[in-house]
Design a binder for this molecule. Structure first.
Ligand SMILES: [Mg+2]
Length: 315
């Protein structure tokens, strides 16, 4: 069988072990702000785009929405290696691009400029770049292209869509916020809510209280992150994880907590918002990334400068 066309540039001297690492694949438009260049590509075509990128090869690209998250992941690696120099369970970042390698020098130079430790750059010419995710052991895929994200989710890889937005620069530790239903958990209760309203959903939850919820699209990534988190005590951890859910704690919180316990997923803090907007609490947490399936919640997070990643439930 012919190998699909792709160029992989390996830049990491300290080879990471992909079977033990938490591999995150991020596309160039998620990690950098390439909106102007993307517009040029769409309006003037590929040749003009390549010319522009080559002419600006030494001009670093401004950070994009996922930049702070990737930078904080690198901070976590440093902290892990400080305490356990031989540890292999580190973040391993892979940059994926649909650009040709000839326009890729600017991307590589930009990561160098910011001191980002990227282990692989994959310049793939194929339409569906998500076919490489499984073979690279990717546990989370962040892209600015909805089709990419849906393809990744279909392949069983945790994935989310990044929009270009204004981002506040958060300080360490790495803080990750997950929504509950249709993100960590399956969308079973959401479906009941849509069909039978709040009262029906509450009744359903009471009846199902002893039964753990199904797995949502980000569960696998959250479990890997949780494993990394458990290497540290709460005070010394370079990672903090949060659950911010629209569920009410009184009526619908128990099943969520029981499910997390059943999975062995430790979450540092959980907020049951009872339908209240998530923006104010997110502004306080200041996460490096917030995952939600509700576009109104993504909008609320963007309004307070919180880097947001949308997990589409309708691909
Ligand atoms: Mg949800």
């Amino acid at each position: 069988m012919a190998e699909p066309e792709s160029t992989v540039i390996n830049t990491n001297v300290k080879q990471k072990d992909p079977s033990k690492a938490l591999v995150i694949a991020v596309t160039t438009r998620a990690i950098f702000n390439l909106e102007e260049e993307h517009k040029l590509y769409l309006e003037k075509g590929k040749e003009e785009y390549i010319r522009h990128q080559q002419a600006n090869e030494d001009k670093p690209l401004p950070p994009g929405t996922a930049f702070a998250f990737i930078q904080a992941a690198q901070y976590v690696n440093e902290k892990i290696l400080e305490s356990t120099p031989a540890e292999k369970g580190l973040f391993d970042i892979l940059v994926l691009s649909n650009n040709s390698p000839e326009s890729g020098a600017r991307i590589i130079n930009s990561t160098k400029h910011y001191g980002l430790e990227i282990s692989k750059f994959c310049f793939v010419s194929d339409e569906d770049s998500t076919q490489y995710l499984k073979s690279h052991g990717v546990k989370l895929f962040l892209s600015a292209d909805r089709t990419d994200v849906c393809n990744a989710l279909r392949r069983g890889v945790s994935a989310a869509l990044i929009f270009q937005q204004e981002v506040q620069a958060p300080s360490t530790p790495l803080r990750v916020v997950f929504d509950g239903d249709a993100v960590l958990f399956s969308d079973e209760t959401d479906k009941v809510f849509r069909e039978q309203g709040l009262e029906g959903a509450m009744q359903y939850e009471r009846a199902m209280e002893a039964v753990p919820m199904g797995e949502g699209p980000l569960k696998a990534f959250a479990m890997h992150l949780g494993k990394m988190r458990k290497k540290f005590s709460q005070e010394k951890s370079p990672i903090r994880t949060y659950l911010v859910t629209a569920r009410s704690g009184r009526d619908m919180g128990i099943r969520a907590i029981k499910t997390l316990r059943e999975w062995g997923l430790a979450i540092d803090e959980a907020f049951f918002m009872d339908g209240a907007p998530k923006g104010p609490i997110l502004a306080q947490i200041q996460p490096h990334i917030f995952f939600d399936d509700g576009l109104h919640n993504i909008q609320g997070a963007q309004n307070v400068g919180v880097p947001s990643a949308w997990v589409p439930s309708c691909c």
